[in-house]
Design a protein around this ligand. Structure first.
Ligand code: PRP
Ligand code: URA
Length: 209
């Protein structure tokens, strides 16, 4: 699908299988999510714009490649987004961070906002929105809109698992925002869970129910 990248790296797919298993412990799930997020971060940043800087090696001078432009922003959709955020900050420690507090009302499946904090100057920065799950896409659509309302104009959305329904709805709502995911699963069930999925990502990360 246009604007959608499935990250099919063998290490990503292997780790994802262990995350899906229902017997994987909270500690194991959290560790795998942190590991996998560094691999996803590598892919979502693959085509960042570059420039060069004049440096001196111990041997001679050279024009060496460095990232162009202002620092990246990682926008985490709470709570589960923080599981992706940690590993991404391991790779890009200077990134700025936005937190978007949303939870899904279990009856309506509509997102309820409870927190928002972002760097002020979003306009000139690439904003990578992270959340492990894209189910109905209600949360992702709302989070991206909140960031756009604060000036963000260059965004990408990164998740671990997506439902086909969610990808379609997200792309229709925000056609300018490319989606990166490790898997597009089969469908959503009647409770809005991704099938086969991995269950509730936030609960599995934090040991809640
Ligand atoms: C989960 C997940 C997404 C959302 C996806 O969060 O982390 O934010 O559901 O579902 P959607 O695409 O149908 O909106 P949840 O609301 O369970 O909150 P949590 O991260 O605090 O557990
Ligand atoms: N949120 C989750 O954590 N899991 C799903 O399957 C759907 C939404």
């Amino acid at each position: 699908m246009d604007g959608v990248t499935v990250i099919d790296h063998p290490l990503v797919q292997h780790k994802l299988t262990f995350m899906r298993k229902k017997e994987t412990s909270t500690a194991g799930f959290r560790r795998l999510l942190r590991e996998i997020s560094t691999l996803l971060c590598y892919e979502v940043t693959r085509n960042l714009e570059m420039t060069t800087e004049r440096i001196e090696t111990p041997i001679q001078g050279m024009d060496a490649p460095i990232l162009e432009g202002k620092k990246l922003v990682f926008a985490s959709i709470l709570r589960a987004g923080n599981g992706l955020l940690e590993g991404m900050l391991d790779l890009v420690p200077a990134a700025r961070v936005a937190h978007v507090g949303l939870y899904r009302d279990h009856e309506t499946l509509q997102p309820v906002e409870y927190y928002f904090k972002a760097p002020e100057d979003l306009r000139d920065r690439l904003v990578i929105v992270v959340d492990p799950m894209l189910a109905t896409a209600n949360s992702a659509i709302a989070a991206v809109q909140m960031l756009k309302d604060r000036g963000a104009a260059n965004l990408r959305f990164l998740c671990l698992l997506a439902a086909p329904e969610g990808v379609e709805r997200f792309r229709a709502a925000h056609p300018d925002v490319p989606v990166y995911t490790a898997s597009i699963d089969s469908h959503l069930n009647e409770k809005g869970y991704i099938v086969p999925g991995l269950g509730d990502a936030g609960d599995r990360m934090y040991g809640t129910k």
